[in-house]
Design a protein around this ligand. Sequence first.
Ligand code: LLP
Length: 402
Amino acid sequence: MDYKQLKNDFQTPFYIYDFDKIKERFLNLKDAFKARKSQIFYAVKANSNLSLLQMFAHLDSGFDCVSIGEVKRALKAGAKPYKIIFSGVGKTKEELKLALKYDILYINLESEAEMMLLENVAKELALKARISIRVNPNVDAKTHPYISTGLNENKFGVEIDLARKMYLYAKNSSFLDPVGVHFHIGSQLLDLTPIHEAAKIVAQLTRELKALQIDLKFFDIGGGLGVVYEKQECEPNLYDYAQGILAQLKGLDLTIGMEPGRYLVAQSGEFVCCVLYEKYNKTKRFVVVDGAMNDLIRPSLYEAYHEIVLPYNQGEESKCDIVGGICESGDFFAKARFLPKTQSGDIMIVKNAGAYGFSMSSNYNTRNKVCELALEDGKVRLIRQRESFEDQIALEEKFLRN
Ligand code: LLP
């Protein structure tokens, strides 16, 4: 990739995503489950750029959304309503109402209270709401605590006994139609055992429900498949992932739903920035760049590791912290990394930044959100314009007093 040309054309910082690589990952995942009916619902939160969603829609992907905003994004990008599912612990009445009006595939319920509210909303609209219930199987995903979701101590889903009770209630309601079951135990899973264990627990529940004449159609295994960020890690094998799930579903006629985010997009994205300064505090070396934690918060929030490359620099390497210009000590992309000497303007690439990069970015310190580029069929195109100061203040300016 000619990063110098890209810098010339678009300035830094920016994100760039390799759409061809994303397509390949999508097709490989789909293929691993070919023995059964399956549907990928791309987890929009990982990277919600409209052009990316449009590309997924063309691949016949479904969409896992966690706000009505994400549902609207998916629809805008060309998704069919019957390929959209809606999850999240805190859906509002207004969001539930709109989801029903859009006639999406199903709504994933995360509590009994939410079910009662949805039933009321469906009644008001004189509709029958298709639902799934997110079960919390109490399985330890063995990942970072902030992205672990399948234990009873986490806020997500409902425990299995309550789920059973909710399905029975839904079955007898004129306004609820139970069509699926769902679990998601955490993100960045590198060990497949916990997810297979969760599948076993939830498959057992599905069998019990079948015996009670509650015949579900969707078995949604959530997302969470991990990727390699650091060299010593090992990506789970797709075949093993699929086989372990399929093995739990013997005798059940279900469509397997998956909600991958990171697996599809993380490694296809790069955050490209430039060196501003090098500085030493006593003996400690800092490389200050034009990107910052507001653009990519993963290192600050989870102490996440991202490989960092200087594609045009050579020479002896020494230890440094790579930091942004934000007024926080937590504003860093990496600590104690070995890099060659740099100069102002040198291009730096933060790798594997396609998931939870731009989608978690903010305007902290009144910094403009960066632009996003796509690489497809050997060509680079702009898929989100760089924000301007005027964009940022547009919703405040009109309230200024004369
Ligand atoms: N389904 C549900 C219900 C989820 O909560 C999530 C992610 C996914 C699917 C997609 O998970 P994935 O396949 O991408 O692992 N910001 C964090 C990750 C938070 C994940 C939240 N839920 C990070 O940067 O690592």
